[in-house]
Design a protein around this ligand. Structure first.
Ligand SMILES: [Ca+2]
Ligand SMILES: [Ca+2]
Length: 181
């Protein structure tokens, strides 16, 4: 019980931290030069960053994903706003700690502006769960056909798989009850 309380306290302390917006830092075309994204999985956190693609450019972001943690990432191309979310046309991949491509998405979601849908859809989204040891993984953004120009937002979140998430929520509830006495 004491360990659980300490863990829950640490969770609360971390929860009070603010996560600043991040920006890509070129060169970041390889895992060795990746731009870091600093998130925690427990408590769950999310952040938004901004990057720009040019022809041939690759943007790699490093993110520490603990075991049994789920990462969600989505690009929002905004080079053609107002109008649509179609430029730059992004590809979003998850790379292993060694830099091998695990998954990659091209076009995902449904876009709308004001009272109507817009298209074509060119933003990307991935959901990934790490079942191995805690480690640094990589999110890779590149342009379709490596021929894209323009700015995009990269929104990223981490949260624990359901069993751990239940423990986190249970710990927070326990703390809340103790504080209310
Ligand atoms: Ca870039
Ligand atoms: Ca780059």
């Amino acid at each position: 019980m004491r360990i659980r309380l300490i863990a829950a306290s640490a969770v609360l302390a971390l929860a009070s931290n603010a996560f600043a917006v991040y920006y890509e830092t070129e060169p970041n075309d390889t895992i060795a030069t990746a731009t870091p994204i600093n998130l925690t999985c427990a408590p769950p956190t999310a952040d938004i960053g901004f990057g720009t693609l040019t022809p041939g450019d690759v943007d790699v972001y490093a993110i520490h994903i603990p075991r049994n943690c789920i990462a969600t990432a989505i690009t929002t191309p905004f080079g053609s706003i107002p109008g649509n979310f179609a430029s730059p046309d992004t590809l979003l991949g998850v790379l292993s700690p060694g830099g091998a491509l695990i998954i990659e998405d091209d076009d995902a979601g449904t876009d709308g502006i004001g009272g109507a849908g817009v298209g074509p859809v060119r933003g990307s989204a991935v959901r990934y769960m790490n079942t191995g040891p805690d480690d640094v993984y990589y999110l890779r953004v590149r342009g379709f056909l490596d021929q894209q120009n323009g700015p995009y937002a990269l929104t990223v979140s981490l949260f624990p798989e359901p069993a751990t998430m239940g423990l986190v929520l249970g710990g927070l509830a326990l703390i809340a009850r103790r504080r209310s006495r």
